[in-house]
Design a protein around this ligand. Structure first.
Ligand SMILES: [Zn+2]
Length: 289
């Protein structure tokens, strides 16, 4: 756990899953990425799903950033991606670190609605395959308007990453707040938003800052610490050149402002302090979150 300004911040590993290693590294040859990854016989690499928890000192804000793959998986679907999700992980971490429960969550920052990031917003309300209900009914959801618009009509390239069952009840059942534009306004002091469009339109990435130290949840701009180099982008990205430009921009903050990064999918570490050698970024040391 680390403290930044008013917030105590924790990265919780809620589960693991596996995606094709080639898709995760785009045009980068396997000979370069494979030595660093846990690759299975189907060429899938091990990834974590991580939820960032930020709790204000006065406990008025209990914020989650993303909720992971969730539990609404048939056996067949789960085996395709080797999904292993711990539905109690968030509640357990809130209890042991803060003396809170899942019912105390006030806000959820939804970076984007790909199933591996926010399938956990809802659960089956009865029989699997039937109706869904909110998993954190007291929480207000924060999304970028461009992401919500995109979800209504995804492209042929990325529509398999959006599962209707993850978000079809949100508008009717959840308190939702949309932010907009290139520099969306964040609702609380000590937080700002970065809007990213390379991976998917309107990915909303929070940066917690106290003026001296700052921490960014990197979403799928930097899914793991293996993706620090600007050109190491995923084949999933809709606009990879935009992702590369966004990565350079963020790495500039790491270099100039000491921004630290918290990764959504790294099974080895929750976050890292970044340094540079010959212009190339590397993990100077893992961040204890
Ligand atoms: Zn994604």
């Amino acid at each position: 756990m680390i403290e930044i300004g008013e917030f105590q911040i924790l990265s919780i590993e809620t589960g693991t899953f596996r995606l094709d290693g080639g898709a995760m590294f785009g045009v980068v040859p396997k000979t370069l990425w494979a030595p660093h990854e846990d690759v299975d016989e189907q060429n899938r690499i091990l990834l974590a799903t991580r939820t960032l928890v930020a709790v204000s000192r006065d406990r008025k804000h209990v914020i989650l950033v993303d909720t992971g793959t969730g539990t609404k998986w048939s056996g067949k679907e789960a085996s395709r991606f080797a999904v292993a999700y711990d539905g109690e992980a968030i509640g357990r971490a809130l209890s042991s670190h803060f003396g809170l429960t899942a019912d105390d969550v006030t806000d959820i920052i939804v970076t984007h609605l790909h199933f591996d990031h926010n399938g956990g917003l809802t659960v089956w309300s009865g029989e699997p395959g039937g109706d869904t209900c909110l998993r954190f009914p007291g929480a207000r959801l924060w999304l970028h308007r461009r992401q919500w618009d995109h979800v209504q009509l995804p492209s042929e390239k990325d529509r398999a990453s959006f599962l209707k069952r993850d978000y079809d009840i949100l508008e009717a059942c959840a308190e939702m707040s949309f932010v907009d534009g290139a520099e969306p306004v964040a609702p609380w002091p000590g937080l700002r938003f970065f809007a990213s469009d390379g991976h998917t339109p309107g990915q909303l990435l929070p940066i917690f800052s106290d003026g001296e130290r700052s921490l960014m949840f990197t979403g799928d701009v930097f899914p793991t610490s293996s993706h620090l180099r600007p050109a190491w982008v995923m084949a999933y990205d809709l606009e990879p050149l935009k992702t590369i430009a966004e990565k350079k921009h963020i790495l500039g903050w790491c270099r100039g402002n000491g921004l630290t990064l918290a990764f959504p999918h790294d099974h080895r570490l929750g976050g890292a302090v970044i340094d540079f050698a010959n212009g190339k970024p590397f993990v100077a040391h893992p961040l204890d979150i």
